[in-house]
Design a binder for this molecule. Structure first.
Ligand code: T6T
Length: 311
């Protein structure tokens, strides 16, 4: 592990930590970057931020290759696919660069077990997405009076976070027998697609009661679809993530609630873990960060509003 800093001379050179987001233009990762920068400043490390323009392993892999070629001291990455990012990341590990995954994981997300080919990252720092999906289901069940048809608007299969949110949502809905969960609609992280899917599902099911938008673009698009269908406030929307636009949608009643993640916390602890490892400390293989559920009743509370993402 060439990156372990073991002598005084090496310690005078600032450590470089590379953060590779799922995509660069997403307020979730922009907020994560802010937290990572704050931690880098605190420990005197240099942080780089380089990612792809869309959430896709095909575009993320060459960005990762370019990052590996500069040989940073550590890589923090949100892998865009559980399986497809294993080999690209193995190249970093083989080059002696410690890898920590933030937000999403590869393999099972259980690292350091000696099991499987994806257990080499040192740590996984993220929200508890299974729990987040369960919270979304409970919130939606309450909003629709525990009965009716709902569906999940999701990105695409293979992403650890959104897969787990859907799993948690469906698991929780098993204890709500009055609710029927329709087929999931996959939108490829495209809010326009999520909006037109909402309208198609509504056209087929005029008694649609609600939708769970499992990430920022799914929620944004679903809320727009509800508005375009003239169903604002009638078809209930529960979203994941909290871009600035949710404030207006929550206040107007288009979105009932969102499960906001704490991306700055993920970025902050990602950098701290990398720094700890690089300076000879052991680090936990998993760190769970929190949620804040935002709705009309609490959105103006500064302790809640502070978790609205930065853009
Ligand atoms: O929901 C976040 C992130 O947690 C997920 O992995 C991908 O989508 C977001 O970045 C929001 O767009």
């Amino acid at each position: 592990m060439g990156a372990l800093i073991g002598n005084a001379e090496a310690q005078t050179k600032a450590l470089t930590i590379a953060l590779v987001p799922g995509l660069t233009t997403d307020a979730f990762y922009i907020t994560m970057r802010k937290g990572a920068e704050a931690a880098a400043k605190a420990v005197g490390a240099d942080l780089t931020f380089q990612g792809a323009p869309d959430f896709n392993p095909v575009t993320q892999s060459p960005v990762l290759d370019a990052v590996i070629s500069r040989h940073p001291d550590a890589i923090l990455i949100a892998p865009t696919d559980k399986a497809q990012m294993v080999q690209p990341l193995k190249k970093a590990a083989d080059a002696g660069i410690p890898v920590i995954t933030v937000d999403t994981f590869i393999g099972t997300g259980d690292y350091g077990t000696g099991k499987g080919e994806a257990d080499f990252p040192l740590s996984y720092i993220a929200s508890d997405n299974l729990l987040g999906g369960k919270i979304a289901a409970r919130t939606l069940a309450k909003a629709i009076g525990d009965k009716g048809k709902v569906y999940v608007s999701n990105v695409k299969p293979g992403i650890s976070t959104t897969d787990q949110r859907e799993e948690g949502f469906k698991e929780e809905m098993k204890s709500h027998p009055g609710i029927t969960v329709l087929t999931t609609q996959f939108n490829d992280d495209d809010a326009n697609k999520a909006a037109s899917q909402l309208q198609s599902v509504y056209a087929r099911n005029p008694d649609l009661a609600g939708v769970f938008g499992a990430n920022l673009f799914s929620a944004l698009g679903s809320a727009n679809g509800v508005k375009q269908a003239g169903q604002g406030g009638k078809v209930k929307v529960i979203g994941f993530d909290a871009p600035t636009s949710v404030v207006a949608d929550i206040k107007s009643g288009t979105i009932d609630a969102v499960i906001a993640q704490h991306p700055a916390e993920i970025g902050y602890f990602g950098v701290i873990c990398a720094y700890a490892h690089l300076t000879g400390q052991s680090i936990p293989t998993k760190i769970g960060t929190g949620f804040t559920v935002m709705d009309k009743a609490n959105i103006d509370d500064p302790n809640v509003a502070k978790f609205i993402y930065k853009d």
